[in-house]
Design a protein around this ligand. Structure first.
Ligand SMILES: *Cc1c(COP(=O)(O)O)cnc(C)c1O
Length: 390
């Protein structure tokens, strides 16, 4: 394991590719599709993988490698591969590890596109999935079959912000010889490092808190050398590689991850606390509110509660729509983890394709609002929500 001797923030800032002869302070951008060889022998040895060096940017690139190195240090992982989007990471990781006939055990509350991948595309290759509820970990072992290969979860979940017991799931995976994969995007590596709880692979959409300013799409998978090597072999052939430009942006963004996420979490907790005492709000859910059903677990697994607050406006769907139409400062947008606060209405947008019953089974009511709390001054965030509720 790439055990790090320095603190999180220091590694995020000081992990850097080798300097060139110009002795630049900030890492340069290597916008190059390929790399050159000294001679025929150098080229032969490189292709034979006798040398660890860059050949072609679909395989590796100094900017992607710097980004991967940072995330590995943050997550306590041995190795990783960087992708053009979070979904490229999810898709490529599963396909690299699975064969026709394999089975996945997954939490029901997963990112919409991941759910679609499991339900609409994997069955084409005879890969099936069984689901358990975020608050129903007792059923996980019952779902495991002889052909099960992977346990997959997200925690906290989207948009219901349920918290799953990662150590318990890690132990189940170990007991049954399964690969335990976590999409850690909602927490970011700063708040939660799932490998310490038994995760074999950790996936991120770099698009969210890692970039943090809504500029680039990216994804990454990190974990053990053995599993990452399988993901790498598949991915270098199929071509989902992250662009060096986006890798450069992300590596820079990670320098401020801890600082930004601290403020996201402080703002989110303040908003959640404010809403909890509001007479126009039915309920509010945030992992670090003492009223959250898994508050103690959240405290154990996470450094802070994250940027997402979920709540229900009294009056259901109609009241929810009215609330959205009256929002002025906050953005109505599909992203999260951005410096700009974003509100979404899961029932009419991201989860509209699910039946009302299915939505309710993953904790999405008609009047539910999801706020990704940004970095604006919290007084202005609260003021906008207050006037929209009025
Ligand atoms: C956004 C997101 C993804 C997908 O990431 P993209 O970069 O949009 O492809 C996957 N998982 C979670 C939890 C997400 O929030």
């Amino acid at each position: 394991m790439r055990k790090s001797s320095k603190q999180f923030e220091t590694e995020a800032i000081r992990t850097q590719m080798e300097r060139t002869q110009f002795l630049e302070h900030s890492s340069p951008m290597y916008l190059t599709s390929s790399f050159v060889f000294e001679d025929a022998e150098d080229m032969r040895a490189s292709f034979a993988e006798e040398k660890d060096r860059n050949i072609y940017s679909r395989y590796s690139n100094p900017n992607s490698s710097e980004f991967i190195d940072k995330v590995c240090k943050m997550e306590g992982a041995e190795n990783g591969f960087a992708f053009a989007s979070g979904m490229a990471a999810v898709y490529s990781t599963f396909v690299a590890l699975l064969e026709s006939g394999d089975h996945i055990v997954s939490c029901k509350s997963v990112f919409g596109s991941t759910h679609t991948l499991f339900t609409q595309f994997f069955p084409k290759w005879n890969i099936t999935t069984s689901y358990f509820g975020a608050n129903d970990l007792d059923t996980v072992e019952d779902l495991i079959k002889t052909n099960t290969k992977i346990i997959f979860v997200e925690s906290p979940t989207n948009p219901g912000v349920d918290v799953l017991d990662l150590e318990r799931l890690g132990n189940i995976a170990k007991k049954h010889g399964l690969i335990f994969i976590i999409d850690n995007c909602f927490a970011s590596p700063y708040l939660q490092q799932p490998i310490q709880f038994g995760a074999d692979l950790v996936i991120h959409s770099g698009t969210k808190l890692m970039d943090g300013q809504g500029r680039v799409l990216a994804g990454i998978t990190v974990g053990s050398n053995e599993l990452v090597d399988k993901v790498y072999r598949f991915s270098r052939i199929t071509g989902p590689a992250l662009s060096p430009f986006n890798a450069w942006v992300l590596s820079k963004s990670l320098e401020t991850l801890a600082l930004r996420v601290d403020r996201h979490c402080a703002n989110a907790l303040e908003l959640a606390t404010y809403l909890e005492n509001h007479d126009k709000i039915e309920w509010v859910k945030y992992p670090f509110l003492t009223s959250h059903p898994q508050y103690e677990l959240a405290k154990k697994q996470m450094k802070a509660g994250g940027c997402v607050v979920a709540f229900e406006v009294k009056g259901g769907l109609e009241a929810g729509k009215k609330f959205f139409d009256n929002i002025e400062l906050l953005s109505l947008s599909a992203n999260l983890g951005d410096a700009r606060s974003i509100v979404t209405h899961p029932a009419s947008t991201t989860h509209s394709k699910l039946s009302k019953e299915d939505r309710e089974s993953v904790g999405i009511s008609d009047g539910m609002v999801r706020v990704s709390v940004g970095l604006e001054n919290i007084q202005d965030i609260i003021a906008d929500i207050e006037q929209a509720l009025e």
